[in-house]
Structure formats: structure tokens, C-alpha cells
Design a protein around this ligand. Structure first.
Ligand SMILES: Nc1ncnc2c1ncn2[C@@H]1O[C@H](COP(=O)(O)OP(=O)(O)OC[C@H]2O[C@@H]([n+]3cccc(C(=O)O)c3)[C@H](O)[C@@H]2O)[C@@H](O)[C@H]1O
Ligand SMILES: Nc1ncnc2c1ncn2[C@@H]1O[C@H](COP(=O)(O)OP(=O)(O)OP(=O)(O)O)[C@@H](O)[C@H]1O
Ligand SMILES: NC(=O)CC[C@H](N)C(=O)O
Length: 593
């Protein structure tokens, strides 16, 4: 049993945005935010999973040069913190470590290899290292490919106001599974478990996190400080949502999603039990370290802020904005360019880009053909006016005609030629002026292959890649209503929201010529793609058999297009890409075997 609370610990949780591979820049963030934590009187500051290297680092783990840069960077960080007068503040920081060969083809040593690690830096040195115990190996995670699990819980005895308190270290997936580190933390009778995360966003994951942290707090009979990174890395968006939960499940503080924040909170914790066990016990060995640290503080910070939850649309919008913003920034682009058709997809991508970068950094190109309706040109121009983005017009007819004068093309080849000429124009602007080309295809189109390869699918990043078409409309309506609430100009022309979707590649073409209505299509896709439900299950769920057969065939045959597609932010439980890995060459057809 834990004793009565009689120690007060001021904890600082740094919800920050590291960049993969930027060890110097990430260390600078740690130094800067540690200073702020020290100035706020913290006894302890924590940084996210793999803070020093960024997360996930993928196959960089296999390079000893990269592992060396991480471990050297960690030692340097400890020295620098000390030199900057911050040596007495214990700093918990995630990094990449190795105690054996990291390449799978090297002579492996059982139980040794690369480690997803966290260290406590104090007095200019690394005082203890914890190796993540539970390694996630599903969805977007491949940690069994890279890391060897740790088997020892590290407990740090920290001097707080009123006496010492025991703090256990854990990393991300450690909190998602019962048993292991949290059970060991309970047996070690710690007062606080710190859990540092690189937990990617998906819709409604925040609703799962709070009860999860509450369960583990009860399991460990300890306060739990859950810290997640914020920012984006390729397809992943980290939403923050850091929180502190008391042993009885009471939520003490919660940071907002999608924003950097330093959470500083006073915790009433039990004094360290000087007879608490160590050594081999329960699921993990328990090893203890002690640090003497900073003096007390004066103000009272026992009441933490609890950030309000937002609507699904607001949450997704922020994820897409952050996903694009960080991709652009971290890859060194200043500007983006996209084709504006007057349709809903390009309008929503443009509005996301303007929110992420500001209108002066967004270039929209109208590329009318002989089939482009007057309203699509007007709607594109209206969007440009509403958002203030840079607007260009490049009629494609002369270029298409030049092809047709030199090649005998007809039917689909001519339709796709128009989309490809547009792709060439966008890439030409990209090459000329250094813009990143944004692709506009939504998840429904990607699912069924409704796009032209090397045409409208051209581009380096696709904000809507994981957004079904029905959600694209919902987002447009939400974004306009949100603007209206703030007395701002709604960015998306009403006409782009209400008109029937059309590729305008031949006279009178509408998407419903080739596809089921989007609400019907999206319902099948949610079950087939996101849910991995087979044909029988889809029929049992009430989907129409003819539509199921048509959709499944389209989805299966479009794998080759998806494999060549640009990355885009994951917002669902299963995004195309590493979340859903299927063979291109496959003769398996649902319902025929
Ligand atoms: N397994 C495989 N592995 C590698 N490549 C494969 C392949 N199967 C076909 N291919 C290649 O792919 C080519 C066919 O793909 P592609 O050239 O793209 O052409 P395709 O998919 O046949 O046609 C494009 C479709 O997308 C529609 N579209 C286009 C543009 C915009 C929109 C919109 O509303 O957003 C819709 C358009 O109306 C049409 O229905 C074949 O010629 C073949 O070379
Ligand atoms: N006339 C055009 N001018 C500029 N870009 C275009 C034009 N037509 C198509 N595009 C580009 O190609 C993408 C695919 O557009 P298309 O109209 O074929 O279908 P869509 O999926 O309904 O997209 P949207 O809703 O943006 O129209 C557009 O989002 C846009 O980026
Ligand atoms: N980095 C991790 O261990 C993340 C895994 C965890 N299940 C999450 O998504 O939050």
C-alpha cells in the first residue's frame, strides 16, 4: 500500500515537436524547454519518446553511425545542460540506444541490440537508462523489426518538496498493455509513473487514451504522467494530448491537441518507501537510482488546465493542417502549388494549405480545358479571392491539341491526357519556382483508383489521402461555419460544396457515371478497407451485393496506383500506406475462392 501523500513534486511535461534526424536541433529544444521548466520551479522535466532522434526513425536504426550520433548526442546534452546551469534538474529524454548489433543480418546477441530508450540526465551525466518493454508491431509500427525489449523497470528517487518520491520510467506502448512495467511499478510502490510517447493521431484516439491511462494508474496504484509529442513526421501526426491522472483515475491536467505546450503541475505524492523492493520481482526486474535535485518553489500549481475536447471535424482539420505544415517546414519548402478545378477536393486542400502556411505561400493554378464549365472557372477564382492565395491561369487546350496533332489518341487516352498535361504544368511550376506540388485525391478515389496515374495524382504530398469523400464535404461545411462563427470569410465557395462532383474530362461527365454515390461507396470502404471485412461479412452487414462486388474489384485492382501515391496524413485507424500492406500482384478475389 502507498503511504499518505506528503511530498509535493512539481513536474514539467514538454509537449514539443522534434524532427527526425535533427539531433542537434532536438537537443536545442531540450535545453531551451528545460530552462523554461527550471524557471517554472520544476523538480523534474520529461520529453517525448525518441526526442533526441525524432520518431519513428525507421531503418536509420540499422546504421551504427546514426546510433552513435544519438548516444553521443545524449552525452553531449547532459554536459550542455550542466554547463548551462541546469544540471540539478533531472531531465527525462527519449533517445535511440544499442547494446549489441542493430542490423538483422549481423551476428545477433540474444537479448541485445537496438533499444527504444529513455535516459535521466542529471549533474552532467546519464544517471539511468530505461529500455522500452512492450514493442508495438501492428498498424504503422514495426518495432520488433528494430528493437530488443527491455526487462528492467527503472525507478528514480527524486527529491521533491517535503522528501523523496519514487518515479518509474515507461515508454509509450508500455502503457497500452496490461502487465509488464505498470504492474512492476505497483510492486515497486512508486508514487509516479512517467510515460513518454510518440503516439500518432487517429480520429477518436483521445477518447481511448484517457480511460487507458486511468486503468494503468489503478494498476500501478500511482499517479501517471502521460506525455506525447506533437507535430508531424511523413504520414504520422502526433497530437500531443498529454495528461496527468491520479491513482484513483481523477484527471488532473490535460494539454490541448496539435499545439506545443509545457505542462507544469504540482503533484501530491507519497513519500518514497525506503523499504520498497528492488531486484527480481514480478514481471520485470526493478532497478533504483537516486538524484538530488532542485530546491523548492513558492507558487502553488496544483490545479492543472484541462483542455476541452473539440468536434471530430475540428480535430481532423487541425491534424491535416499540422501534417501539411510540418511536412513543408521539415522538408525545407517555402511554398506549395496545386491545381484549382473549382471542385470540392482542390478547394479543401487549398483551404488547409492557407491555414497551414498563410495565403502568400500557396499558389493555385486554374487549368481550364475545352470541357471545363464556366462555373468551375468561376468557383476556382472565387476560392482564390476568399482565401487570398496566389492565383494563376494556364489553359491546357493548346498543349493538349499539340499532343493530338502528333498522336492518334481517342477515348480514355484523351481524357487522361488532359489530367497529365495538368500534372506537367504543376511539376513545371514546381521545378521553376521550388513549390511543393499538393495532390488532391481523397481516400475514396484512392481506394477505387479513380485518378489518372502521372496526371491528377501527381505531387509530393496529399493532405486528403486518408479522408473519405463524404468527410471532405463535412470538413468544408465545418470550416466555413467555423469562419462564420468568427466573423471571418468562409474560404470555400458554396457552389464547390453543393455541385455534383465531376472530373470534367469529357462533356457532361460526373463521378456517379463510374462510381456508386459517395455515401454508399464510403460505407463499403469503411468496412472493407478500414475494417478488413470480407465479402460475406459485407453482405451480412447489409451492403448491396452488386455494389460490393463492383467496389471490391475496383479496390483490389487499384493497388498499383496506391503503391505509387504521394504520402498524406493518417487520420483513420487504417490509412493507405504502411497501415495497409497488400500485394499488387494477387489473384485472390473476395467471393471466388
Ligand atoms: N497492375 C498494374 N501495375 C502497373 N501498372 C498498371 C497495372 N494495371 C494497369 N496499369 C497501368 O495503368 C494504366 C491505367 O491507369 P491510368 O492511366 O491512370 O488510367 P485509368 O485508371 O484507366 O483511367 C483513369 C480513371 O480515373 C478517372 N479520373 C481521372 C482523373 C481525375 C478523376 C477525378 O475525378 O478525380 C478521375 C477517369 O475518369 C478514369 O475513369 C494502364 O494503362 C497501365 O499501364
Ligand atoms: N480545370 C482544372 N484546373 C486546375 N486543376 C484541375 C482542373 N481540373 C482538375 N484539376 C486538378 O485535378 C484534380 C482532380 O480533379 P477532378 O476535377 O478531375 O476531380 P475531383 O476529384 O472531383 O477534384 P475536385 O473536387 O477538386 O474537382 C483537382 O483536384 C485539381 O487539382
Ligand atoms: N510509439 C508507440 O509505442 C505507440 C504505440 C501506441 N499503441 C500508440 O499508438 O499510442
Amino acid at each position: 500500500m502507498t503511504s499518505a501523500p506528503n511530498v509535493r513534486l512539481r513536474i514539467a511535461l514538454a509537449q514539443v515537436d522534434p524532427t527526425v534526424g535533427d539531433i542537434g536541433g532536438n537537443a536545442a529544444i531540450v535545453r531551451d524547454v528545460s530552462r523554461r521548466a527550471a524557471e517554472a520551479g520544476a523538480h523534474l522535466v520529461a520529453f517525448p519518446e525518441m526526442m533526441l532522434t525524432g520518431y519513428p526513425v525507421e531503418d536509420l536504426v540499422f546504421r551504427s553511425s546514426f546510433v552513435g550520433a544519438s548516444t553521443t548526442g545524449l552525452a553531449q546534452l547532459a554536459t550542455d545542460l550542466q554547463a548551462e546551469g541546469l544540471g540539478d534538474l533531472p531531465v527525462i529524454v527519449g533517445y535511440l540506444d544499442a547494446d549489441g548489433p542493430t542490423r538483422p543480418d549481423a551476428d545477433t546477441v540474444p537479448g541485445r541490440g537496438a533499444r527504444n530508450a529513455c535516459a535521466v540526465l542529471h549533474d552532467g551525466r546519464v544517471v539511468t537508462r530505461y529500455f522500452k518493454h512492450h514493442l508495438p508491431n501492428y498498424g504503422v509500427f514495426d518495432e520488433d523489426r528494430y528493437f530488443v525489449p527491455g526487462d528492467t523497470l527503472r525507478v528514480v528517487r527524486v527529491n521533491a518538496d517535503g522528501g523523496p518520491v519514487d518515479v518509474a520510467l515507461t515508454i509509450c506502448e508500455d502503457i497500452w498493455q496490461a502487465g509488464g512495467p505498470f504492474t512492476a511499478a505497483g510492486q515497486a510502490r512508486v508514487g509516479l509513473v512517467v510515460n513518454i510517447n510518440g503516439s500518432p493521431y487517429e480520429l477518436n484516439k483521445d477518447d481511448v487514451r484517457l480511460p487507458l491511462v486511468q486503468r494503468r494508474a489503478r494498476e500501478a496504484n500511482a499517479t501517471v504522467a502521460y506525455l506525447n509529442m506533437v507535430g508531424a513526421q511523413d504520414e504520422l501526426v502526433f497530437d500531443g494530448d498529454s495528461m496527468v491522472v491520479a491513482p484513483d483515475g481523477t484527471l488532473l491536467a490535460r494539454a490541448p491537441q496539435f499545439a506545443e505546450q509545457l505542462v507544469v503541475l504540482d503533484l501530491d505524492l507519497p513519500t518514497a518507501d525506503l523499504d520498497a523492493p528492488h531486484g527480481a520481482l514480478g514481471p520485470m526486474r526493478i532497478a533504483r537510482t537516486e538524484v538530488a535535485n532542485r530546491p523548492a518553489y513558492d507558487t502553488d500549481r496544483r490545479r492543472g488546465d484541462i483542455a476541452e475536447r473539440v468536434t471530430d471535424e475540428a480535430e481532423i482539420w487541425q491534424a491535416l493542417v499540422l501534417g501539411l505544415c510540418d511536412y513543408v517546414r521539415k522538408n525545407g519548402f517555402k511554398t506549395v502549388v496545386l491545381g484549382l478545378s473549382g471542385g470540392i477536393d482542390s478547394a479543401v486542400v487549398a483551404a488547409i494549405a492557407v491555414d497551414a502556411l498563410g495565403p502568400e505561400r500557396v499558389y493555385g493554378v486554374s487549368m481550364p480545358s475545352g470541357y471545363s464549365s464556366e462555373h468551375s472557372r468561376d468557383d476556382a477564382a472565387d476560392l482564390a479571392k476568399r482565401t487570398g492565395l496566389n492565383y494563376l491561369t494556364e489553359p491546357i487546350e493548346p498543349m493538349v491539341d499539340a499532343f493530338l496533332a502528333n498522336m492518334a489518341l481517342s477515348g480514355l487516352a484523351v481524357e487522361n491526357l488532359q489530367a497529365r498535361v495538368r500534372g506537367i504544368i504543376l511539376m513545371a511550376h514546381s521545378n521553376q519556382d521550388g513549390h511543393l506540388v499538393l495532390t488532391t485525391g481523397n481516400k475514396s478515389e484512392l481506394a477505387v483508383g479513380y485518378s489518372t496515374l502521372y496526371g491528377d495524382s501527381v505531387g509530393g504530398f496529399n493532405p486528403l489521402k486518408d479522408v473519405p469523400k463524404t468527410m471532405v464535404w463535412q470538413l468544408a461545411r465545418w470550416r466555413n461555419a467555423d469562419a462564420a462563427r468568427r466573423d471571418a470569410v468562409p474560404p470555400i465557395p458554396e457552389n464547390s460544396i453543393t455541385k455534383p462532383p465531376s472530373a470534367e474530362l469529357r462533356p457532361g461527365q460526373v463521378d456517379s457515371d463510374s462510381l456508386p454515390e459517395y455515401d454508399v461507396l464510403d460505407a463499403v470502404l469503411a468496412d472493407y478497407v478500414d475494417g478488413d471485412v470480407g465479402r460475406d461479412g459485407l453482405l451480412a452487414a447489409g451492403h448491396d451485393a452488386a455494389i460490393v462486388d463492383r467496389v471490391l474489384r475496383m479496390v483490389d485492382l487499384a493497388e498499383y496506383k496506391r503503391r505509387q501515391s504521394a504520402p498524406g496524413p493518417k487520420i483513420s485507424i487504417k490509412a493507405f500506406g504502411r497501415d495497409r500492406r497488400l500485394p499488387i500482384t494477387s489473384r485472390f478475389r473476395e467471393g471466388t475462392s
